[in-house]
Design a protein around this ligand. Structure first.
Ligand code: ARG
Length: 458
């Protein structure tokens, strides 16, 4: 029924469904590193002979060189990366290779390897996010005084500083980095030595292997150690949250690059043309960042579903933990790099931003606030008067600052000449100088303190 592919019967299906080597070969460096620590500990504890340990260490280093130079030849019969390393070690050393697996199991081995891998992944993401923050800071500083429309409901609301808008993303990335840092702190305990599930009767020193592998210490419960994949989920959840931020920024780029907005011109390096419409410059990279966030959230959901019904301790379902993490990590790395490049290279169009900021009666709130402050109206009444003024301007097809003083005074006699001072977008933006507000003076202060946080010169 399955044709030629499975001609040799169910065992070939088993071979294929059982194997994780096609994806877990990515863990080879971590696998060898953990084995080197384990064998050194076994020798130090006199669980194996020093000469045997020396041979095993030499063999493992040779395998690392081979894998580095030639990659890994997959053999589905050997199931996973742990068996590939052990099989090669046996080819090189003969039976002494078998001493390496004393007092451990693939269950604590895979938990250790994968944790080491995720820990490295966290460090890479953190470094990439710092680069994105630097790019945001540079562009925010350049455009602290650039006025653009601020939106709610994607309707023009109040004018804001473009630098302020960019710094909003800086804050999101700041929280993302703190989530990844939390995950790293929480996961940094070594499962090695939990063995299959119950610990071991050998006099191992788990504190020693933990230290050699850069962990803060050993995990405290062997059952939990081999069945815990929280660290992978923490990574995926932080990655999902981060990718949502990147997706929102990407979406802004898509909107801003559209002709009706015209707020930015995307660099050629991050756009594509159309095969049929010569005028097109499509924001493909931004759209893919937006798209990738769906796949990253999907990867997170996949591992949540894998883990949700598993009893203690290890179950083979857990072998499926790696593909979603590897996929999410690749997609996240690309997304961060693409957004960093686009932020650094995008050409902003301040004139167009100003033009739109000035339309849509964007200083109506400033007008209402002026009535409260200077003409002493209660805010509710000021809101009503402002509504009448906006209706008039709309009827006259002009901006608020283009109405005459007489027209203002016909609506409310308490309005004076000074009102014109608050009706420009620059005055509006400059006035919002409350802590965290959009006034350029505030934005620049936030940029300065952000640079300090990152340890950068100003
Ligand atoms: N390939 C397995 C995995 O990735 C390694 C652990 C196997 N343990 C076992 N008891 N079969 O999860």
């Amino acid at each position: 029924m399955w044709g030629g592919r499975f001609a040799d019967g169910p065992s070939s299906v088993m071979r294929e469904i059982n194997a994780s080597i096609p994806f877990d070969k990515k863990l080879w460096r971590q696998d060898i590193r953990a084995s080197l620590a384990h064998v050194a500990m076994l020798a130090a504890q006199k669980i194996i002979e020093a000469e045997d340990a020396t041979q095993i260490i030499r063999g493992l280093n040779q395998i690392a060189q081979e894998f580095e130079a030639n990659g890994i030849t997959e053999n589905l019969d050997l199931e996973d990366i742990h068996m590939h390393v052990e099989a090669r070690l046996t080819e090189i050393l003969g039976p002494v290779a078998g001493r390496l697996h004393t007092a451990r199991s693939r269950n604590d081995q895979v938990a250790t390897d994968f944790k080491l891998w995720v820990r490295d992944a966290l460090d890479m993401v953190d470094a990439a996010l710092e680069e994105l923050q630097k790019a945001l800071l540079d562009r925010a500083e350049e455009h602290a005084d650039t006025v653009m429309p601020g939106f709610t409901h994607l309707q023009s609301a109040q004018p804001v500083s473009l630098g302020h808008h960019l710094m909003a993303y800086f804050e999101m990335i700041r929280r993302d980095r703190s989530r990844f840092a939390d995950a790293r702190t929480r996961m940094n305990e070594s499962p090695l030595g939990a063995a299959a599930l119950a610990g071991t009767g050998f006099t191992i020193d788990r504190g020693n292997t933990a230290q050699m592998l850069g962990f803060d210490g050993p995990t405290r419960n062997s059952l939990d150690s081999v069945s815990d994949r929280d660290f992978a989920l923490d990574y995926l959840m932080a990655a999902t949250q981060c990718s949502l931020h990147l997706s929102r920024l990407a979406e802004e780029f898509v909107i801003w690059a559209s002709q009706p907005f015209g707020f930015i011109s995307l660099p050629d390096s991050y756009s594509t043309g159309s095969s049929i419409m010569p005028q097109k410059r499509n924001p493909d990279a931004a759209e893919l960042v937006r798209g990738h966030s769906g796949r990253i959230a999907g990867a997170m959901q996949a591992l949540v579903m894998t883990m949700k019904g598993l009893p203690l301790a290890y179950s083979k379902d857990m072998q499926d933990d790696k593909p979603p993490v590897f996929e999410a990590h690749d997609l996240l790395g690309l997304s961060i790099a693409a957004m960093t490049g686009m932020i650094a290279e995008v050409e902003f169009r301040p004139a167009r931003m100003r033009e739109l900021a000035e339309s849509g009666f964007s200083t109506a709130t400033d007008f209402a606030d002026w009535l409260v402050r200077e003409a002493k109206l209660p805010f509710r009444e000021a809101h009503h008067v402002t509504g009448t003024v906006v209706a008039l301007a709309e009827k006259q097809n002009c901006g608020l600052s283009e109405l005459t003083l007489e027209q203002f005074q016909q609506i409310d006699a308490r309005i004076s000449e000074q009102v014109f001072d608050v009706l420009t977008v620059d005055a509006s933006v400059a006035s919002r100088s409350s802590y965290g507000g959009t006034a350029p003076i505030q934005v620049k202060a936030q940029i300065t303190s952000a640079r300090k946080v990152l340890g950068l010169e100003n």
